[in-house]
Design a protein around this ligand. Sequence first.
Ligand SMILES: Cc1cc2nc3c(=O)[nH]c(=O)nc-3n(C[C@H](O)[C@H](O)[C@H](O)COP(=O)(O)OP(=O)(O)OC[C@H]3O[C@@H](n4cnc5c(N)ncnc54)[C@H](O)[C@@H]3O)c2cc1C
Length: 402
Amino acid sequence: MAIRRVAVVGGGINGLAVARQMLLDHPGIALTVFEKEEAVARHQSSHNSGVVHAGLYYEPGGLKARLCTRGAQLVRSYCAENDLPFDECGKVVVALGAEEIPRLEAIFAKATANGVPDVRLIGPEELREIEPNSVGIRALHSPHTAIVSYGAIAGKIAEEVIRRGGIIRTSAAVTRLDERPQGVFVMGRDGAFDDRPFDLVVTCSGLQSDRLAEASGDEADPRIVPFFGQYYVIDPAFRSHVRGLIYPVPDPKFPFLGVHFTKRIDGEMTIGPNAFISFGRENYSGRAVDLRDVLDFATYPGLWKFAARNGAATLRELKTVMSAKVFVGEAAKYVPSLAAVGVKPAVRGIRAQAMTRDGRLVDDFVIRRRGRVTHIRNAPSPGATSSLAIAEYIVREVLALE
Ligand SMILES: Cc1cc2nc3c(=O)[nH]c(=O)nc-3n(C[C@H](O)[C@H](O)[C@H](O)COP(=O)(O)OP(=O)(O)OC[C@H]3O[C@@H](n4cnc5c(N)ncnc54)[C@H](O)[C@@H]3O)c2cc1C
């Protein structure tokens, strides 16, 4: 099949990276990105922790493990080549109690298997040399974990897509993809956006990915269940209490990384994100309720099975949602000098996390091809770190264009 026209749905960092890779590898292709917002990267790609993950936690052999380690290298080079800020501030994962040590060692084993460079298990003295205000009985140090602005990177990739001849159509919400023998029609509310069909389409639509996939004939499962993550910015006078990134040992039963200290590329120090169900997939203020989104998850059996299995963790997260003091208290277990620090709420992020009908959060990336259409069905963290590698994988292996 001769490939001349390709469409990408979604102008977040993954869609833009796929568009760029397609134009790099196949410069003659006519490529269009369809983005529903007025500008690119308005959702997850600009509402995240900004961490370039080194690949510590992911199951060896899985897509996350492979694409995160490769993606981290690619993000580093992309920032260097494009004069974008990249701060290799390093990260420690800290165990406070003896019961956490086996889990910390398991992370170390995974990191080693994933080829993460220079990770080490360290004792309390060395922890204090790296993070003088942090307490803990043991820690894992990942010196090459870094911070960036993924919003800025996405903006730069969008410029490159246009420079290489791609078209980015904003305010273009795709309702479904209509696959016919002659190609795929990209449909909006008023019919096809283009009279001519596309030879291939890749959807990278984040929080809406399950809906677009299902409307286009893909399976209904897994569903996106939106989990928001709240952040607080600490009083600038206390920024120097933390040098880089300080994380807890994640709770194995709860698939998020836990409230942590994250330095931001603009110099601010943040605490967060927690993880709790969001009453809207794009409800950043937290004040509105999107009935369709709520009905979607409330009627999904998977959510209730998940909630029943994760009662304790859900309650812990709820407490951090209800009280900034509890939130700060959770983080201050790792840096006691910040127990009474003043904080201001920052804009939350909302994770496009896929869940199965039996209440399991889908851990690995899910990228599915059916005929001419490929859907990213799950690309939560470290999806931004991995974006340039996800793009290589889709263009070179999933589509395998000659
Ligand atoms: C709180 C939080 C913290 C995170 N921290 C990190 C981190 O530190 N490091 C890391 O690597 N990752 C992190 N992530 C994950 C990372 O942000 C995501 O994996 C990544 O941004 C996903 O990019 P995307 O392009 O797939 O999705 P998005 O950025 O959500 O983009 C999807 C795009 O598709 C568009 N779209 C949706 N539906 C349609 C439609 N029907 N028609 C047209 N356009 C459509 C949307 O408007 C949007 O622009 C975090 C995420 C969150 C929420």
